[in-house]
Design a protein around this ligand. Structure first.
Ligand code: SF4
Ligand code: SF4
Length: 384
């Protein structure tokens, strides 16, 4: 049985947040004394250089409250995160994290130092290169933001650990596994590595910022901040993510990470094994939370001609809005298969090669202008 603490939190006022976070640790029986005398990695979601109110990043106030609790309990926090494209220092400045780090004297992990973590029972990748800081630490505090995601339906605790893989290695992984289910299996492999690949094992706790979540075409600028009013804490990432998805009103059975994760023995294997403490899901559930429009059935068949036809009918694709695009070409830089080219003369948006595109939607994640969206496949539109 996995205990998940679900607590109501009205905003990012430091006093209330710290109370809820401490209550959350106690509720899921994570001992605060684990921090005493240890190096503690804090892993927020800093997907891009977005403002604190955007709903895209773990709110700096949330990070600050968590860091102060670690320090108050004798721990030495270090921040480890690798944004998708923006430099970490740019992201720290834009989000307001840099002031907090300076004020509290928290170092930022050097992400150029990597180490290999293994998980022999993995389905797709048995090893990953992750930031060395995770090996150096004795305790890992995962600080995800609850957001919708065009490819994986939602992004929460389990997916947030993907940020431990530095920089462009992330899009290389997308390229190797273009199908949604395969990619989600790889995310679960990484989660399995975090659970079983450290020797000795490390305490890992998930402390989710769902005070303001992101709905719509997340996880980047295509989404909209939406108040959810929750702090969700637990040591089982799948259980925490299940509870968060239920509170949002989305259907957790549409999340491949949750469905496949339950089958993999990486913690709970069904919702019956989750005990929610604090508030009840029914009391906290919000109405009308908007999912991402989603890719539909990605990579559904391997025969090239049929694949092209079925892709057109069933699979969403990224499209640019000319009036929003600033021609920054961050989408082009992140695309793992070079399916994006610069705009020709007289056109104000990049050009997509949809035959090459593997529908990973990394371009949507990184676009700073909300200039990209997912257009549904022809038959998907017709059926709607
Ligand atoms: S164009 Fe966008 S969705 Fe397609 S492969 Fe490139 S990054 Fe992924
Ligand atoms: S679509 Fe977005 S990321 Fe790509 S060039 Fe335009 S503004 Fe930049």
């Amino acid at each position: 049985m996995a205990e998940v603490s679900l607590l109501r939190c009205g905003g990012y006022a430091p006093g209330e947040l710290k109370e809820r976070i401490i209550e959350g640790f106690e509720g899921c029986r994570f001992p605060l004394k684990s921090f005493h005398g240890t190096r503690v990695v804090l892993k927020p979601n800093l997907l891009s250089a977005a403002g604190p109110e955007s709903g895209i990043v773990t709110h700096p106030g949330f990070f600050r409250a968590a860091a102060e609790i670690v320090i108050d309990h004798g721990g030495r926090p270090v921040l480890a995160e690798s944004p998708a494209v923006a430099s970490l220092h740019h992201a720290l400045r834009t989000t307001g994290y840099d002031e907090i780090l300076k004020h509290l004297g928290i170092p930022v992990a050097d992400l150029s130092r990597v180490a290999r973590i293994s998980y022999p029972e993995a389905k797709r990748f048995k090893t990953f290169e992750i930031a060395h800081a995770f090996f150096d630490a004795e305790v890992i505090v995962n600080l995800p933001k609850f957001k919708t995601h065009g490819l994986t339906y939602v992004t929460a605790s389990v997916k947030n650990l993907f940020g431990a893989v530095p920089g462009m290695r992330k899009s290389q992984l997308h390229m190797k596994l273009p199908k949604r289910e395969e990619f989600c299996e790889a995310i679960l492999d990484l989660y399995g590595a975090f659970l079983k690949g450290f020797h000795p094992g490390k305490p890992l706790v998930h402390l989710m910022d769902a005070v303001v979540a992101l709905e719509g075409n997340g996880p980047g600028t295509g989404g909209r901040p939406r108040k959810m009013g929750a702090v969700i804490t637990g040591t089982d990432g799948l259980a925490v993510d299940w509870v968060a998805t239920c509170v949002s009103g989305l259907n957790p059975r549409l999340s491949p990470i949750l469905v496949l994760g339950f089958l993999r023995g990486l913690g709970v294997s069904s919702e019956q094994e989750i005990e929610v403490v604090g508030r009840q899901i029914e009391d906290m559930r919000i109405e009308g939370f908007v999912p991402a429009s989603g890719p539909g059935m990605t990579g559904i068949i391997g025969v090239p001609l049929i694949k092209t036809l079925l892709n057109k009918l069933f699979v969403g694709k990224p499209v640019a809005k000319e009036d929003r695009c600033s021609l920054c070409y961050q989408c082009m830089k992140i695309c793992p298969v070079q399916a994006i080219e610069k705009a020709p003369a007289g056109v104000n948006m990049p050009q997509f090669d949809y035959d090459a595109c593997i529908r990973c939607f990394c371009c949507l994640e990184v676009c700073p202008q909300d200039a990209l969206s997912i257009r549904r496949g022809m038959l998907q539109r017709f059926l709607r």
